[in-house]
Design a protein around this ligand. Structure first.
Ligand code: UT7
Length: 323
């Protein structure tokens, strides 16, 4: 028998306010047509004034707990991926812990920007495989609307707010790739590319700052690195791309998603796409897509899934799992 970390529940939350591309036409030299054709984005959600990342995360966490049929105090740990925590400290994860009424276990944040959920899932898997936790709530939650420079058309039209969560639970498998649960992971970063995508402020520099991105440079790295990490993780699990049921990619740009699928030799019928409705929600995009993919009836028990993401750092990685 082999211990596996299996997703037993999933949920998401999107703030109420929906902003269509056309809204940006009033304040910026941009168009719905440009945004759609260059990114695939049609609309995104923005958090209300006073609504924070931990608020979004708590809603998503409650939905995932309900889907898994368990209570907050059945959870041993919360791992929350975000680059937009409510406060400098404590972690957004501990705020979610309090909001859920969870009085045991431990909670911490993971910061790997858009690759954050893949890093969080990989860490949660390690907690389960090492016996430190039996049930982990893994959350991706962001309020990127707070770090947008609204005068920069090359970034502010691309991002949105939201949260997604999964319950990851220890189960026994046979030790082969037919097992449910996480079968392999692959994590990478290369700080030489730190200037391609960053926020020009922070605690140590004494201002919050705004997101800055050399979009076309990030784009160039994205397709190549995403296909490569996905294939590495599949190889580690003893699997190949044609066996994959669903690619659940980070939702930054439809052209990156299409390019990665093509490079892996997979058709777009095998890709869960939500970028048109959410924009880029950074660490929230993969759990949001998992939850919506399940809701749409795309993702079913036993399906082989590859989740892959890249973002600031650059940091990138993937997780291969059977649903
Ligand atoms: O989540 C983390 C990972 N992030 C990503 O994966 C983002 C990766 N990058 C991208 O998705 C794309 O590079 C963008 C969508 C950001 C941009 O698409 P692009 O095809 O790479 O365009 P570009 O940056 O090369 O810009 C083309 C033109 C420029 O004008 P000039 O210099 O050719 O005259 C821009 O100034 O489009 C202009 N432009 C815009 N025009 C209208 C940039 N933003 C806008 C805009 N509306 N909002």
């Amino acid at each position: 028998m082999t211990r596996r970390a299996v997703i037993t529940g999933v949920g998401h939350y999107l703030p109420e306010r929906v902003v269509e591309n056309a809204e940006f036409e009033a304040s910026l030299e941009t168009s719905d047509e440009w945004i759609r054709s260059r990114s695939g984005i049609e609309r995104r959600h923005f958090a209300a004034e006073g609504e924070t990342t931990s608020d979004l995360a708590t809603h998503a966490a409650k939905a995932a707990l309900a889907d898994a049929g368990c209570e907050a105090n059945d959870i041993d740990a919360i791992v929350l991926a975000t680059s937009t925590a409510d406060l400098t400290f404590p972690s957004a994860a501990t705020m979610v812990q309090a909001a859920l009424g969870m009085t045991r276990g431990f909670a911490f944040d993971v910061q790997a920007v858009c690759a954050g959920f893949v890093f969080a899932l990989s860490n949660a898997n390690a907690l389960i495989l090492s016996g430190q936790a039996k049930r982990v709530l893994v959350i991706g939650a962001e309020t990127f609307s707070r770090i947008m420079d609204w005068s920069d058309r090359s970034t502010c039209v691309l991002f949105g707010d939201g949260a997604g969560a999964v319950v990851l639970e220890a189960q026994e498998g046979q030790g082969d790739s037919d097992d449910r649960g996480i079968l392999s992971t692959d994590l990478n970063s290369d700080g030489r590319y730190k200037d391609l995508l960053y926020v020009d402020g922070g605690v140590s520099t004494q201002n919050t700052g705004f997101l800055r991105m050399q979009g076309n440079q990030v784009f160039r790295h994205a397709v190549e690195k995403l296909a490569s990490t996905a294939n590495t993780a599949l190889d580690r699990a003893g699997l190949t791309a044609p066996e994959v049921d669903w690619i659940v990619p980070h939702q930054a740009n439809i052209r990156i998603i299409q390019g990665t699928a093509k490079k892996m030799g997979l058709s777009m019928d095998k890709v869960v796409v939500t970028v048109q409705d959410h924009g880029n929600t950074s660490a929230a995009s993969i759990p949001l897509a998992l939850s919506i993919g399940k809701q749409r009836g795309q993702i079913k028990r036993g399906d082989l899934i590859v989740a892959e993401a890249i973002g600031g750092g650059l940091a990138w990685g993937s997780v291969v799992l059977r649903w």
